[in-house]
Design a binder for this molecule. Structure first.
Ligand SMILES: [Zn+2]
Length: 260
């Protein structure tokens, strides 16, 4: 379902912790570790949320020990626990996987009609300019339904993410006002990132949230998009982009862990 115009170069730059610098440029995506490492059970990262905040104000991910779903919005870092209840994240807490950007949307549109999830994503595809490889997404408004999940904190020795996700807690929010946010990545970064859309949700009152599995938007959603062609990745010491384990992070495993 990837359109040809997505198959363009996403410039991926990896760096080690010592080389980290705060991102001042707009339209740059910053990522801590890789989805492949997370699939492998690397649930403890070395990057604090204070450090992550230097690289962006909008994004998603998780926390060390896979302690729920992370939502970053307007510079606020929030955790949806296994029940989908939302809590602030302490600056010294750390993440094993996160993607953030300094959100500066170049597209601001109103979505007409009440759309199911697949229709909504197809509509977003149409809004993305031709040639943009990746995109940060923010959707504000009323959702008739948000089907979301979160996961319980794990204890070492950690199991692969696909096993943990088998114990995920799925819940439904009805007629909820809030923000759905995240990213769209092209298929060729699978293993580093989740290909396609990866979206998290948080309610306007900051009480409920999680990793989005399905939704139905009410009329008049506001969609803001920030296309990007630059992805900077902070690789933990044990993780390498050329790691065969990353190549083993197959499409199927990612779909099982992150899909609907
Ligand atoms: Zn997620």
């Amino acid at each position: 379902m990837l359109d040809e115009r997505w198959i363009k170069s996403l410039h991926v730059e990896s760096m080690r912790r010592g080389d980290l610098h705060a991102e001042r440029e707009p339209h740059v995506l910053f990522q801590a570790s890789t989805i492949g490492a997370l699939l492998d059970g690397a649930f403890d990262g070395d990057l604090s949320f204070a450090e992550l905040a230097e690289h962006g104000d909008l994004g998603l991910g998780t926390l060390n020990r896979l302690d729920g779903e992370m939502i970053a919005l307007d510079g606020e870092f929030l955790r949806a626990d296994v029940e989908g209840r939302v809590h602030p994240i302490a600056a010294e807490a750390k993440t094993p996987f996160a993607v953030v950007t300094r959100f500066e949307p170049t597209i601001d549109a109103r979505i007409e009609g009440s759309l199911g999830h697949a229709e909504l994503l197809a509509r977003l595809d149409q809004l993305v300019p031709a040639g943009a490889s990746s995109c940060a997404v923010r959707l504000d408004g009323t959702f008739e339904l948000v089907r979301a999940r979160s996961v319980p904190a794990q204890r070492p020795p950690y199991r692969p993410l696909t096993e943990v996700v088998a114990e995920q807690n799925v819940f439904e929010l009805r007629d909820v006002v809030g923000t759905m946010l995240g990213f769209r990545f092209p298929a060729y970064v699978e293993g580093i990132e989740v290909a396609g859309y990866h979206l998290h949700f948080v309610s306007e009152d900051r009480s409920r949230g999680g990793h989005v599995l399905d939704s139905r938007a009410a009329e008049g959603l506001r969609a803001r998009l920030d296309p990007s062609d630059d992805l900077h990745i902070e690789l933990p010491p044990a993780i390498d982009l050329a790691d065969p384990d990353l190549a083993a992070a197959t499409h199927e495993a990612i779909v099982r862990a992150e899909g609907g």
